[in-house]
Design a protein around this ligand. Structure first.
Ligand SMILES: CC(C)[C@H](C(=O)O)[C@@H](O)C(=O)O
Ligand code: SF4
Length: 416
């Protein structure tokens, strides 16, 4: 078995499983956010006649997409969510302290876990060796009640990445390139397993960026074998580290794709689909109106540091507005300690409360008709962040910061 199959087998209480098999798995945690929880509440109460969730410490509710609320509808959604959380005496209800996936990484997900979430980017926690995936609100309601769900064991695709990372090129560029190659449907219901020298050399934060975007190729899971870096990551958070589950020598993969990052250039996904990807050089000099640095994809400390290093002592272009949203309060506070927030403010950027912010357009940072947004988020769908007549481009934090300085898409290698 490969590591994915082993984690599924452990949670299904079986010795072995194989791709295509449908099994019931026990859940270590069920996450939902303010875009999805109220749908699950309706299913839980009305359709399943649920009374109590399976474990008050394993059901996590996060208000992040619409917080702080900018509409009465959102406030009503939050009210219903908080009431459910109180009725169920849930231990973990977060509001305005971070994006759900960042909070899950900081406080809940562990290597070897099986976790579902009512959010498509739940595949993120594979970066620390957990199997996690997004499910619909109905499955999540079943998960709340039963503490288990059914899953089909996926075929796995190995993404083997070699080479040394060039300066100014990041995991975000690799994953954009990979999605461009695979297409948005290329890994549907498959597990993407990243390995190789270039993956080992990545920080945990950049592995998070990789796994976060697995769903943009349709993947059910994205996974990186946990190592010493993950162990250190868990230790820094004061959390326990579990033994690593490794592939058997004859583990099966549907196919193996290979990349070498040595010749990789900064990449851009252009409107309106994440698999429309080209080298940045094809867009160099394109005027932009807004830059967003944040999201569960790239709103961590390392992302903020990379951007701040480019902006330090400089002013962003008068032609752009830039919004920085740390992915969590922990990130925000550490960024303050390190002087990064001051750097952003001095350069002319706005800094906001942790949450989904201008990734989702549920609160702040919307663009108008004809405007262009360059964002470190993971989706560039039409109208996602404001006007359907605006355009959204995806890139790395370094590209975002360099482009903010000039008001045009700019290669970060020119300013690093
Ligand atoms: C609204 C929510 C369910 C959605 C998701 O599932 O991913 C959002 O987080 C997104 O990034 O588009
Ligand atoms: S930050 Fe963006 S991608 Fe992540 S959960 Fe929020 S809306 Fe979805």
């Amino acid at each position: 078995m490969n590591a994915i199959e082993k984690i599924i087998a452990t949670h299904a209480g079986l010795e072995t499983v194989k791709a295509g098999q449908i099994v019931d798995v026990k859940l270590d945690c069920v996450m939902s956010n303010d875009a999805t929880t109220t749908l699950s509440i309706d299913v839980f109460k009305k359709e399943l006649k649920g009374e109590r969730v399976f474990d008050r410490e394993k059901v996590v509710l996060v208000m992040d997409h619409y917080t702080p609320c900018c509409s009465v509808d959102a406030a009503e959604t939050h009210k219903k969510m908080r009431q459910f959380g109180r009725d169920q005496e849930l231990k973990y209800i977060y509001d305005g302290v971070g994006v759900c996936h960042q909070l899950m990484l900081e406080h809940h997900a562990k290597p070897g876990d099986f976790i579902i979430g009512a959010d498509s980017h739940t595949c993120t926690y594979g970066a620390i060796g957990a199997l996690s995936t997004g499910m619909g609100s109905t499955d999540v309601a079943v998960g709340w009640l039963e503490g288990k769900v059914w899953i089909k064991v996926p075929l796995a695709i190995k993404i083997r990445v070699g080479g040394k990372w060039p300066q100014g090129v990041y995991a975000k560029d690799l994953v954009l390139k990979m999605i461009g190659d695979l297409t948005a449907k290329g890994a549907t219901y498959k597990a993407l397993v990243f390995e190789g020298e270039a993956i080992r050399d990545l920080t945990v934060s950049q592995r998070v960026t990789l796994c976060n975007m697995g769903i943009e190729a349709g993947a059910k899971f994205a996974y990186v074998q946990p190592d010493e870096k993950v162990k250190a990551f868990m230790k820094d958070l004061g959390r326990e580290y579990y033994p690593v589950i490794e592939d058997d020598e004859d583990a099966s993969y549907e196919r193996v794709l290979t990349y070498n990052v040595e010749n990789l250039e900064p990449q851009i996904a252009y409107p309106n689909s994440v698999d429309q990807v080209k080298s940045l050089s094809d867009f160099e000099g394109l005027d932009i109106d807004e830059v967003f640095l944040g999201a569960c994809t790239n709103g961590r400390l390392e992302d903020l540091e990379t951007a701040a290093a480019i902006l330090r002592g400089k002013k962003i272009s008068e032609k752009v507005r830039m919004l920085v949203t740390p992915a969590s309060n922990a990130v925000y506070m550490e960024a303050m300690e390190r002087g990064l927030i001051g750097t952003f403010m001095e350069s002319g950027a706005m800094v906001s409360t942790p949450g989904c912010s201008a990734c989702f357009g549920g609160t702040i940072g919307l663009i108008g008709p004809g405007e262009r947004l360059l964002t470190t988020a993971n989706r560039n769908f039409q109208g996602r962040v404001g006007s359907p007549d605006g355009e959204i481009y995806l890139a790395s934090p370094a590209t975002a910061a360099a482009s903010a300085l000039y008001g045009k898409i700019t290669d970060p290698r020119k300013v690093i």
